[in-house]
Write a protein that binds this ligand. Structure first.
Ligand SMILES: NC(=O)c1ccc[n+]([C@@H]2O[C@H](COP(=O)([O-])OP(=O)(O)OC[C@H]3O[C@@H](n4cnc5c(N)ncnc54)[C@H](OP(=O)(O)O)[C@@H]3O)[C@@H](O)[C@H]2O)c1
Length: 295
């Protein structure tokens, strides 16, 4: 078979991975994409065991293994890593996808006539300090410690005789699911969430620099708008239909679907994306291109 055949180029046969937040939304879609396309084992992490079990039960090739884990606790992350290490001596890929959005005041643009005092009151009253801290610690520190919890297993993914990474072509990789909002200066429904995603885009670059000498790559997937548990309170599901949105909102004229996020993770995880390191992969239907103040 040609090296350029899609199953060779984008397949993930034999891959061993961790995906956090895989009991729902984008994490669930990425876990299924890895399972369907040949992954040997995908450990799916999250706090709700029932959701993880549901996702594992739906797996076409049965490679999804639930592991209950709270990424805001180093003890919980260490326990998950020890449990996983008892099953596999190496990992090729860790996708830190878990995050929370916290209190969102409104997804709709603020009225132009809103006064300063009104804006300040909206932002001050709606968000307790603890809520802001929880968003920052879950999203930033949670992703950071997720990477560190599994760094040694990722290192072993480059050398273990049973690993698909042993040839040196497919270096182990840490992927963080960030967001296009972390790359935009446009007005924000949640300044704290957006700041956390900007921090994560930067974290991937600095981790990529430090850990390159240990043969571990770090990349980000920055999604645009998708209908998931996180956004279902703000956008209707039918925004996923082509034509549901004007190009001025999202040039693709729709929100993202599971194929869009699945394609991104397969690209990064497979031979096709193995030359990427320190990259932020936008999966946003062009949204960032039409957002004012994007950089
Ligand atoms: N949907 C969008 O439009 C969009 C856009 C840009 C970026 N994103 C990013 O995409 C990622 C996935 O979000 P989603 O849209 O798929 O929303 P989601 O369905 O709410 O998924 C978030 C996942 O994170 C898990 N999680 C939250 N806190 C956790 C913790 N302390 N420990 C372990 N797991 C935790 C949740 O599982 P448990 O509650 O069971 O723990 C849940 O499965 C997030 O990083 C989000 O910021 C989403």
């Amino acid at each position: 078979m040609s090296k350029l055949d899609v199953t060779q180029l984008f397949g993930v046969k034999g891959l061993v991975a961790v995906v956090t937040g895989a009991g729902s939304g984008l994490g669930k879609a990425m876990a299924h994409a890895l399972d369907i396309n040949g992954a040997a084992k995908v450990f799916i992490l999250g706090r709700r065991e029932s959701k993880l079990k549901e996702v594992a039960a739906e797996a076409k090739n049965g490679s999804l293994i639930p592991v209950v884990c709270d990424i805001t606790s180093k003890d919980s992350l260490q326990a998950a890593a020890s449990k996983i290490q008892a099953t596999t001596p190496f990992l090729n890929l860790v996708v830190a996808n878990s995050a929370i959005v916290g209190e969102v005041t409104s997804m709709a643009p603020r009225p132009a006539e809103q006064g300063l005092d009104e804006l300040r009151k909206e932002l001050w009253d709606k968000t307790p300090f603890e809520d802001a801290s929880q968003v920052l610690s879950t999203n930033i520190a949670g992703s950071y410690f997720t990477f560190l919890a599994f760094a040694s297993l990722l290192g072993a993914g480059n050398t273990h005789p049973d690993s698909i990474g042993k040839s040196g072509l497919l270096q182990s990789q840490f992927v963080n699911v960030t967001s296009t909002v972390g790359l935009s200066r446009a007005e924000s429904p949640s300044f704290i969430y957006v700041a956390s995603k900007a921090a994560l885009n930067h974290l991937m670059k600095t981790l990529s620099s430090e850990f390159s000498k240990h043969t571990i790559r770090a990349n980000a997937i920055a999604p645009g708008l998708f209908y998931t548990e996180m956004t279902e309170g703000y956008i209707p599901e039918n925004f996923g239909t082509v034509g549901a949105l004007p190009w001025q909102d999202i040039p693709a004229r729709r929100t993202g679907g599971q194929e869009d996020i699945a394609g991104a993770v397969l690209y990064l995880a497979s031979r096709a994306g193995s030359f990427l390191n320190g990259c932020i992969l936008l999966v946003d239907g062009g949204m960032l291109s039409v957002r004012p103040g994007s950089y």
